[in-house]
Design a protein around this ligand. Structure first.
Ligand code: SF4
Length: 249
């Protein structure tokens, strides 16, 4: 059986969403509305373009050597890829069967874990966004509480899935010392976390909000300075004994 997915966009030479050079597939549809989102045009679950697994495999095929030789693979991002878990699971399985390709899932974790187990069984690495540990702040940032994401992280830990935990650092919103230390403590309790990545906030997607006629509420907030990223790593490490981190600028 070949599932169909709603596709937002494709990047054939991604270098920031997992190890090596990667085919990055951005899926359409997200239940969150993060104020810093640089792909607000990916939120609508009825938007995007319908593509089959075979069509996506044909897009990957010309570049497979680059992915395998660089220690890369395929990353499925969004939007929120777990909303289309059966499609992604079939795609990942096919990538493994054909090329033994490394598979990564870039997720907000805002999903019912029981709906994602088949997918997680063919996922080599989960890039998990822990946007904010403070529950009320998470609602203000994304419109939704973080209960599902926390539960998803624990589920991954229990399953033994490998994880890279990520935090977008937005000055004044997601960079408080208290929350970063809490993040470090939470990560310390999980198994399978190989890395924590602090991602600086940037404004490259602001034009999309303008094109969609949506108010961008972070006007006036500057892009994150390198020193702030380094400070965040230190604070996360204070709550975590063995933090392994790699700045991503
Ligand atoms: S989870 Fe990702 S795609 Fe969804 S609103 Fe947040 S940043 Fe945008």
């Amino acid at each position: 059986m070949r599932h169909t997915g709603r596709i937002h966009s494709i990047e054939t030479f991604g270098t920031v969403d997992g190890p090596g050079i990667r085919f990055v597939l951005f899926l359409q549809g997200c239940a969150l509305q993060c104020r810093y989102c640089h792909n607000p045009d990916s939120w609508d679950t009825q938007g995007g373009t319908l593509r089959t697994v075979d069509e996506i495999l044909a897009e990957i095929e010309p570049y497979v050597d680059y992915y395998t030789r660089s220690g890369g693979g395929i990353t499925v991002s969004g939007g929120e890829p777990t909303l289309q878990a059966p499609f992604v699971a079939e795609l990942f399985q096919a990538c493994k069967d054909r090329w033994n390709l490394h598979t990564a899932l870039d997720s907000s974790g805002f999903c019912d874990p029981s709906h994602a187990d088949t997918l997680l069984g063919v996922t080599d690495l989960v890039l998990l966004d822990l946007k904010l540990m403070n529950r009320r702040g998470h609602v203000e940032l994304t419109t939704q509480p973080n209960d599902r994401t926390i539960a998803f992280a624990k589920h991954l830990s229990e399953r033994g899935n490998r994880m890279w935990v990520r935090r977008v650092l937005v000055p004044g919103l997601t960079d408080s010392a208290e929350d970063l230390i809490d993040l470090g403590r939470f990560v310390e309790e999980l198994t399978g976390v190989e890395k924590v990545e602090v991602l600086p906030y940037h404004r490259m997607g602001v034009y999309k909000w303008q094109q969609l006629g949506m108010p961008y509420t972070l006007d006036g907030i500057q892009e994150t300075a390198l020193e702030e990223v380094q400070r965040a790593y230190q604070l996360i490490g204070r709550g975590r004994n063995m933090v392994r981190v790699r700045p991503k600028i």
